[in-house]
Design a protein around this ligand. Structure first.
Ligand code: COA
Length: 331
């Protein structure tokens, strides 16, 4: 018995923000952003809206795609770095909005690796028989947390809002489902890509005016370090996943990397010898949507006919923590 994707869904808020629009807010240009990141547009919310609000239509689409009624869901796992509130977890707000009372609602905080980490947890729950219909969601609202001045341009040009969702369940067909998941982290790099405040380690209070004036509540990133480590760690964990299943790159039908940056995707693909036609990207239209990025890609790949039943799919991610992960699955 394996854990299969029964349905997939996604949602992007309607407002499309071009690189030229960003250039009106900060010193940057369409040419710089396209050349360094491959991003042309991203979606940003245009009204009060949390990650859980974006998760609702994505979840409904995944449920419809699976042919599963909301009441059949027995567990929600939601990955986000942009929770609706500091606590409780965003999965609780999603549970309320979907009208699903009593079932467990779990938040996962592993940033760009959040979806694969969540998949690993869901896979374990399903394999042990604890739950049979898990709603797995990645949802992010980045736009209201970015420093949209020249000070924050390295980060602000990358991130977009959105949500992706999947319904997972046990499948008796052994040729279908998750083959394995592989998770890693290295906390020595935790401060290379982070939002420092508010934080419980600060005394006497976790947030003050000086911290805000210094911009420590905005995401900050050592872009070079992220780039170098991503291009090292993603091929490493992909090699681990392939070896664990006695498979090679030639066996893969579709490679769906986390959409961090098109240059990272291309460097990783080149390093592992994956031909460009097997690599899925939508970063040009949606930017980096962190935990939502992989499920949004899976949804788009299905819509475009690039992902079909029986395909062997390789997922890989790298992000804050640093965390990195891979998964192999038969769609
Ligand atoms: N527009 C114009 N100039 C920008 C800019 C922007 N949006 N962002 C940064 N710059 C400037 C920098 O200030 C720097 O200027 P300086 O030389 O005067 O100091 C210059 O461009 C080069 O910066 P550098 O960081 O060396 O550029 P880079 O080639 O490394 O590209 C990133 C910057 C962010 C695109 C790149 O480091 C990167 O993609 N890193 C990975 C980030 C990522 O994927 N994060 C998500 C992780 S999940």
């Amino acid at each position: 018995m394996r854990t299969a994707f029964l349905g997939i869904g996604g949602y992007l808020p309607p407002r499309v923000v071009s690189n030229d629009e960003l250039a009106e807010m900060m010193e940057t240009s369409n040419e710089w952003i396209v050349e360094r990141t491959g991003i042309r547009t991203r979606h940003w919310i245009d009204r009060e809206c949390g990650a859980s609000d974006l998760a609702v239509p994505a979840s409904r689409q995944a449920l419809a795609d699976a042919g599963v009624a909301p009441e059949e869901i027995d567990c929600i796992i939601l990955a986000t770095l942009s929770p609706d509130h500091t606590f409780p977890g965003t999965a609780c707000f999603l549970q309320e909005k979907l009208g699903l009372k009593g079932i467990p609602a779990l938040d996962i905080r592993n940033q760009c690796s959040g979806f694969i980490y969540s998949l690993a947890v869901a896979d374990a729950f399903i394999k042990t028989g604890q739950y049979r219909r898990i709603l797995l969601v990645g949802a992010e609202v980045h736009s209201t947390g970015l420093d949209k001045t020249t000070r924050g341009r390295d980060v602000a040009c990358l991130f977009g809002d959105g949500a992706g969702a999947a319904v997972l369940g046990p499948c008796e067909e052994t040729e279908r489902g998750v083959l394995s998941t592989h998770l890693h982290a290295d906390g020595r790099y935790a401060r290379e890509l982070w939002i420092e405040v508010p934080g419980s380690r600060f005394f006497p209070q976790r947030l003050d005016v000086a911290m805000v004036e210094q911009g420590r509540h905005f995401p900050r990133m050592n872009g070079r370090r992220v780039f170098v480590e991503a291009v090292r760690r993603m091929p490493e964990v992909i090699g681990e996943a392939l070896a664990a299943n006695s498979l090679s790159v030639d066996d893969i039908d579709l490679f769906v990397p986390h959409q961090a940056n098109q240059r990272i995707t291309e460097a990783v693909a080149k390093q592992i010898g994956m031909p460009a036609e097997k690599v899925f990207s939508n970063i040009d239209k949606v930017g980096n949507t962190t935990a939502a990025s992989i499920p949004l890609c899976l949804r788009d790949a299905c819509l475009q006919g690039k992902l079909q039943r029986g395909h062997l799919v390789l997922l890989a991610s790298f992000g804050a923590g640093f965390t990195w992960a891979a998964a192999l699955l038969r769609w």
